[in-house]
Design a protein. Structure first.
Length: 79
């Protein structure tokens, strides 16, 4: 480190007991905003729809690749 650069001061660690810790946890928990029932329902439906669409997509791609590979292997093996 050169002479003109100074190290940033480190804030001393504050001590607190378990009561202070859990008090801070409760304060932070009060700040949490929970999703409404409608938001959870819509999100769940979207996840299910996208899961089905992804499953159908990968099934189709897998089937096409299996058919193409079978065709190529039958050509090269001379069956």
């Amino acid at each position: 480190m050169s002479m003109d650069q100074t190290e940033p001061e480190v804030e001393p660690r504050r001590r607190g007991g378990p009561f202070r810790f859990f008090g801070e946890v409760r304060a932070e928990a009060r700040k949490v905003t929970w999703a409404t029932r409608q938001e959870v329902t819509v999100s769940t439906i979207m996840v299910v729809i996208f899961g089905v669409v992804a499953g159908l997509f990968f099934f189709t791609v897998d089937t096409l690749l299996r058919w193409v590979m079978g065709f190529i292997l039958n050509l090269t093996l001379g069956n």
